[in-house]
Write a protein that binds this ligand. Structure first.
Ligand SMILES: Cc1cc2nc3c(=O)[nH]c(=O)nc-3n(C[C@H](O)[C@H](O)[C@H](O)COP(=O)(O)OP(=O)(O)OC[C@H]3O[C@@H](n4cnc5c(N)ncnc54)[C@H](O)[C@@H]3O)c2cc1C
Length: 517
């Protein structure tokens, strides 16, 4: 080898050593900072810090929905009991340069969404109050609540809010990403129903954000994720739900019924939704233990048996009588069923999780193509042990987009004229890390193939729904260049040093696609 080859090589090696040493030093400094921060928190709040090597800590990390998140071990877990304690944490992490993550219900689907190796996890579980205003038009909800607890506490008052459908999903995470509810057709996204927020900003101030106090932040918090601060309370618009009752349930049908189901879904998402704002539907195309079925989750806001607007769906045969659970019931009861023992049951043990999403203009052709692609890709990975595969089809109806706009809109960049839209969500669960790459490819393939097909036929839309997105997706570009730039400018205004970008590295960041895979 000649000298002129060796000199650049030596320079490159020196640079590599320097970079490695710098990286190692900064990691050591970070860990050291977190050790200091955890000690100080323990001194000030001895009963609110979970320490490594304790059963409380292990129970906490075991309770993440995705196994990828269970396998991360923070230096400690801090549980603030009110906004002022949460503000202490935000100041402390800056002083000690300790990275952190925030966990509400822990249903984030990939590494680092709400857990962090060697950093501090802020668990919101003690922020669990639900306070109804005197005139019952407003409910203030602590962000550590899970949706089932919120519904339970509102049931006897005959009111509810447009929150999540699954019982154990957190109020915090669902709401910062948007929020698809049983009541979306009438009320827009969950975030559109949030009139105000209690927020800890980067400098540790506690501010009350509403459309009149901080209109830019209020807009940004509606769909902007965890980029603007730590929210401790959300003030929701409430609405009547007579005796807490509605109609709804699951209907499981064989694969042969799927064409009829997709046609019914299209009709309900267009004519049905336009004529009756009370309707809701989620169509799940499922490959479960080798069997292909469709699971339609139907809902109606009024407690009427077999609502006429659901007639087309109700005429489609189910596997047997017991696989139709639709009936008049409380919202609490309906939500609880979704978390229970059914093909979509979320409590199915420790599983690795994968997600992906896309949005298209609604058509039966697009629904049918997506169903075919989902089953083809599921089949191609059938050898993966205990793989559960679901494609979830939902309609973002025109009334939903109009209800959103009436409530002041959000950061999504969707217009009522865009609707109705078909929201696709791929959800995969499997037990072994050795299959991560293969299974990850399944959701990427489904998203790529359906997107290509849509583009060629004019059904394509840029919007990516944060709550359903995979780590490989660039959610904020999907909101459109103008909204993305506006969000970045608002983040810079309230967080000039980038505390919520740098020190809280997980989930979708405004700087670009999340790299925390
Ligand atoms: C079984 C299941 C059912 C689902 N059903 C629905 C549904 O019906 N509708 C729907 O829209 N989505 C649904 N989702 C998606 C769900 O909304 C997202 O996964 C959401 O991020 C989960 O919120 P979490 O609080 O449980 O998760 P977490 O992992 O605790 O939080 C998710 C993210 O939100 C951030 N965050 C949480 N709280 C705050 C806060 N107070 N301030 C700032 N940032 C915060 C966290 O930092 C984290 O990055 C479902 C998911 C699962 C797994």
């Amino acid at each position: 080898m000649r000298l002129f080859h060796i000199v650049p090589l030596c320079a490159a090696l020196t640079l590599a050593n320097f970079t490695q040493n710098t990286l190692a030093r900064s990691l050591n400094e970070q860990t050291g900072g977190c050790i200091v921060a955890c000690k100080r928190l323990t001194n000030s709040f001895p009963s609110q810090v979970l320490q490594r090597n304790t059963s409380a800590y292990r129970n906490f990390t075991d309770a993440y929905w995705a196994e990828q998140q269970q396998n991360m071990f923070p230096q400690c877990v801090f549980q603030p009991a009110d906004a002022s304690e949460a503000a202490v944490l935000i100041r402390l992490v800056q002083e000690t340069h300790c990275p952190f993550a925030v966990r509400s219900g822990g249903h984030g689907a990939f590494t680092g969404v709400s857990n962090i190796q060697d950093g501090i996890v802020v668990s919101l579980m003690l922020l669990n109050e639900t306070v109804v205003s005197e005139d019952s038009t407003r409910v203030s909800v602590g962000v550590g609540n899970r949706w089932l607890d919120v519904y339970k506490s509102l049931e006897n008052r005959g009111i509810t809010i447009a929150g999540g459908r699954y019982p154990t999903v957190g109020v915090g995470g669902l709401s910062v990403g948007g929020g698809a509810s049983f009541f979306a057709n009438a009320r827009g996204w969950t975030c559109d129903n949030i009139l105000g927020y209690e927020l800890i900003t980067a400098n540790g101030s506690i501010i009350q954000v509403s459309n009149s106090s901080f209109p830019d932040l209020h807009w940004a918090l509606r769909g902007g994720g965890n980029n603007f601060g730590l929210i401790t309370k959300m003030h929701f618009e409430a609405f009547p739900l007579r005796n807490g009752l509605m109609w709804g349930g699951l209907r499981v049908s064989f694969e042969s019924e799927i064409p009829a189901i997709l046609q019914a879904a299209y009709n309900l998402g267009t004519i049905g939704a336009e004529s009756d704002p009370g309707v809701g539907q989620i169509i799940n195309v499922v490959r479960y233990q080798g069997i292909k079925v469709a699971v339609a989750i139907l809902s109606y806001i009024n407690p009427i048996e077999r609502p006429p607007v659901m007639a087309e769906f109700l005429s489609i045969p189910t596997v047997n009588a017991s696989t139709d659970t639709t009936r008049v019931r409380t919202l609490t009861n309906l939500s609880a069923e979704l978390g229970g023992d059914n093909p979509l049951g979320e409590d199915s043990g420790n599983k690795r999780r994968g997600r992906g999403t896309a949005t298209f203009r609604l058509s039966v052709e697009m629904l049918t193509y997506a169903k075919d692609v989902c089953f083809e890709e599921f089949d191609s990975a059938a050898y993966v042990e205990e793989l559960d595969s679901v494609c979830v089809f939902q309609v973002i109806t025109r009334p939903q987009l109009t209800a959103s706009a009436h409530r002041g809109g959000n950061a999504f960049g969707l217009d009522p004229a865009d609707g109705p839209l078909f929201l696709l969500n791929v959800v995969l669960s499997w037990p072994h890390a050795a299959d991560d790459v293969r299974v990850g490819q399944v959701s990427r393939n489904i998203i790529e193939r359906t997107t290509e097909y849509a583009r060629a036929r004019g059904y394509d839309m840029d919007f990516l729904y944060m709550n359903y997105a995979g780590e490989f997706q660039d959610v904020f570009s999907g909101y459109g260049a103008v909204n993305k730039a506006r969000l970045a400018a608002i983040a810079k205004k309230y967080d000039p040093t980038g505390v919520f970008q740098r020190l809280q590295p997980g989930y979708f960041k405004l700087a670009g696609v999340s790299s925390s895979t």
